[in-house]
Design a protein. Structure first.
Length: 369
C-alpha cells in the first residue's frame, strides 16, 4: 500500500510534458548539424555564425535544452525555406535553460503532420558560444534530412557574418539583434544552389592584421584552424564532420586596409598563402577556391589579385567586386555602412556565375534570395 501511495505522489509531481516527451541528445543520428562543434557527452558546443540544426518530428511542440556564454539569437523555421520569414527568433542566454522553438499554435498552421525544422545561429562568436544538450518534443522524433549533395565553405569577415544586415539605415548603430547570418551573400548563394554551407567568419578580422590594428593576432588565417573561434586549443580537423565542400569562397582583406593603413604586401601575401595552404591541406590540391578581390581600395584589389595569380596552386580563382559601384548608399546599406539584405543579394549575384562555372553546377532559373 505504501509503495502504491509513493508511486502516485511521484506521478503527480511529474509534469505531463515530461511524462509524454521524447528527448534526444544533440549528437543523435536523427539530427543533422552543419557547422564546427566540440562534442561532449551528447552535447555540441559551437560559436561560428550560421551554424544550424535540421530536426524532424511529429508532434505539437519542440524545445531545446541549452547554455550560452553570453547572448545569442537563433532563427527557427517550421516547414518553410530559410529564405522565408522565420517562424520565430529566439534569444539564447544563461545556463541549462529550456528554449521553446515550436509551439502548438505554429503546428496548427502547418499543412503537414511530419515537420521539418531548421534552427540557425544568427549571431557570431563575439555574441556568445552555445552548448546544445538535447531536443525535446511532446511527440516523436523522425530522421532529419541528411547533408545535401552540394556543399560550400565560406571564409570571411563582417560581410559574411551578416553584421548589421537587418538595420533600417546605414546611420544605425550595430546591435546583436541586427546581425543575421541567414541573410548574407553566403546564405543566399547556398540557397540558390540548394547547398549546405559553413561560414567561418569574424567581424573586423583580416589576413595579416585586423581592423584598426597593426598587431597580427587572431587574424582569420589563425581562426580558420579552430573549432571554436579564437580558441587555439580546439584545432579543427575535417574528420570531425562529414561536411566536404565542393568549393571554398574567401572574402577577406577589407580590414587589412582599414583606418587608412596599408599592410606590407609581402606580409599580406604570406598570410593569404597560409590560408590557401590550410584549405588545400583540408580538402586536397584539386579543391576549387574562389577569392573575392574587393575594390574598396585599389591596393586591396591588387593585393588579392596578384597573390592568386602568382600562388602556384591548382584551381584557385579570383573575381573583382566593387562595393562603391554595386551598392546604393540609400537602399543597400545597414548598420555601420555594411550591406543590408539588398546589398547582400547584389554581392551574391556577382559570385553565383563564378561558382556555377567552376563547379559545373550551371545557373538555375530561380530568384536569388
Amino acid at each position: 500500500m505504501k509503495k502504491l501511495i509513493f508511486l502516485a505522489i511521484c506521478l503527480v509531481a511529474l509534469s505531463p510534458l515530461r511524462l509524454m516527451a521524447e528527448t534526444i541528445p544533440a549528437t543523435d543520428s536523427r539530427l543533422t548539424f552543419v557547422g564546427r562543434a566540440l562534442e561532449s557527452n551528447g552535447a555540441l558546443t559551437f560559436d561560428f555564425p550560421a551554424s544550424y540544426f535540421r530536426v524532424a518530428f511529429k508532434g505539437k511542440s519542440l524545445s531545446m535544452r541549452v547554455s550560452d556564454s553570453k547572448r545569442d539569437f537563433y532563427a527557427v523555421w517550421l516547414d518553410a525555406p530559410t529564405s522565408a520569414e522565420p517562424t520565430r527568433i529566439v534569444e539564447v542566454k544563461g545556463n541549462d535553460t529550456i528554449i521553446e522553438l515550436i509551439l502548438p499554435a505554429d503546428v496548427k498552421k502547418s499543412k503537414v503532420k511530419e515537420h521539418q525544422v531548421v534552427i540557425q545561429k544568427r549571431t557570431e562568436a563575439g555574441c556568445g558560444k552555445t552548448t546544445v544538450y538535447e531536443f525535446i518534443t511532446d511527440g516523436k522524433f523522425l530522421q532529419a534530412a541528411p547533408l545535401k549533395e552540394r556543399q560550400i565553405e565560406f571564409i570571411g569577415d563582417s560581410y559574411t557574418c551578416g553584421y548589421g544586415v537587418d538595420a533600417p539605415s546605414r546611420k544605425d548603430p550595430f546591435t546583436d539583434e541586427t546581425e543575421n547570418a541567414s541573410r548574407t551573400y553566403a546564405s543566399i548563394v547556398s540557397r540558390y544552389f540548394d547547398a549546405d554551407y559553413m561560414a567561418i567568419a569574424h567581424s573586423g578580422r583580416g589576413i595579416c592584421r585586423n581592423a584598426g590594428s597593426n598587431i597580427p593576432w587572431e587574424v582569420m588565417t589563425d581562426i580558420y584552424q579552430y573549432t571554436i573561434d579564437r580558441d587555439s586549443t580546439t584545432r579543427w580537423s575535417v574528420e570531425q564532420s562529414e561536411f566536404r565542400p565542393d568549393i571554398t569562397v574567401i572574402y577577406l582583406g577589407t580590414n587589412d586596409f582599414s583606418s587608412n593603413m596599408m599592410p606590407d604586401y609581402n606580409k599580406f601575401r604570406k598570410g593569404y598563402m597560409r590560408l590557401l595552404s590550410y584549405v588545400k591541406e583540408n580538402y586536397g590540391e584539386d579543391h576549387p577556391v574562389l577569392c573575392v578581390a574587393s575594390k574598396t581600395n585599389d591596393y586591396q584589389f591588387r593585393y588579392v589579385r596578384d597573390v592568386v595569380r602568382n600562388c602556384g596552386l591548382k584551381n584557385v580563382e579570383w573575381l573583382g567586386y566593387c562595393p562603391s559601384q554595386h551598392l546604393s548608399t540609400d537602399e543597400d546599406l545597414g548598420a555601420g555602412w555594411h550591406p543590408n539584405y539588398n546589398g547582400q543579394q547584389k554581392l551574391a549575384y556577382s559570385i553565383i556565375p563564378y561558382i556555377a562555372t567552376i563547379t559545373g553546377w550551371g545557373l538555375q532559373d530561380m530568384p536569388v534570395k
